[in-house]
Design a protein around this ligand. Sequence first.
Ligand code: HEC
Ligand code: HEC
Ligand code: HEC
Ligand code: HEC
Ligand code: HEC
Length: 182
Amino acid sequence: MSASRRPVSPERARGRGLGLVCAFGLAGACATPAAAPPQPLPFDHALHATVELDDGPLGCTTCHAGAERGVRAGLPALSTCLSCHMRPQGDPPSSEEARVRELAASGVPLRWIQVTRNPGHVYFSHGAHVARAGMACAECHGEVTTWTEPPTVPLRHLTSMDACLACHRARGAPTDCVTCHQ
Ligand code: HEC
Ligand code: HEC
Ligand code: HEC
Ligand code: HEC
Ligand code: HEC
């Protein structure tokens, strides 16, 4: 697998600008909602969406293998990151980038924290929505390709029974309790 560098996306540049404003405490809008959960590594979806492989852009399912046909989308193992980050990436590679290899060398297991998550009594299946109903990731998750860092707060409409039911009614999908509580 090989990857080449492309210019920093406008979203990423904007994200950095906001960080600067917040650092100076200038805008009330920056008042951070909740403390971000401690993710084991930095991760930037917008930056990785600009990475080109030999056969096209880096797709969602490279890192979320179950997102089209499985129940859970899944979060990537360190080996997925290392398929590129075994060697330094970026021109020049940043100190953040080196943390991928530092974690690998430390032997500490990689455990991402899933922010938008339902309680265990809720059954949700990606395959039913993506492979069967043909829905795009963005219909539920929004424009993930603009995320410059992991989300800090759950998406309310993906953890709300009313929101699930509203779409199920609108699209003639099943609404009986056992559909989502098994
Ligand atoms: C297909 C190759 C590929 C995979 C897989 C990949 N990356 Fe990257 N990553 C890159 C490239 C290329 C860059 C440098 C992009 C640039 O600077 O333009 C990069 C940059 C980074 C950076 C530095 C970002 C910054 O702001 O300086 C971090 C951190 C990072 N990746 C973490 C990860 C993690 C964690 C994973 C696994 C979940 C991962 N990457 C998977 C190719 C990849
Ligand atoms: C119908 C809405 C919907 C669509 C379409 C959808 N998702 Fe999700 N996704 C969810 C919900 C709801 C959750 C939270 C599931 C839970 O409670 O654990 C989730 C969770 C996730 C997670 C967290 C990890 C996991 O294993 O669940 C990832 C990653 C993810 N989705 C990626 C994707 C990708 C990539 C696509 C497109 C291929 C996609 N999703 C399409 C609703 C959707
Ligand atoms: C190079 C690997 C990689 C690629 C490609 C990738 N993701 Fe992710 N994704 C991650 C990692 C790592 C996390 C956990 C950290 C974070 O949330 O940024 C994550 C988390 C998520 C989550 C869960 C956020 C939560 O609630 O915790 C969603 C949803 C998601 N990704 C959707 C997508 C979609 C849609 C695409 C394609 C447009 C995509 N991802 C492409 C690595 C990747
Ligand atoms: C934007 C629309 C939309 C949203 C939001 C949505 N769904 Fe669905 N869901 C559908 C559609 C359409 C189907 C029917 C798929 C098919 O069989 O063609 C479906 C099917 C399902 C199925 C499979 C039912 C079966 O008969 O196998 C489950 C389980 C499910 N949804 C759970 C959920 C849960 C839980 C949520 C909220 C976290 C949710 N859905 C949110 C549109 C949605
Ligand atoms: C389309 C999916 C879906 C269907 C159908 C569904 N639920 Fe839910 N339900 C959810 C989700 C998602 C949650 C978790 C979010 C929440 O608590 O609002 C939930 C939560 C709940 C809770 C816990 C509420 C709480 O406050 O903790 C109960 C009780 C419940 N559902 C009962 C039912 C009953 C009874 C039915 C049938 C009449 C039903 N559900 C049908 C998706 C669904």
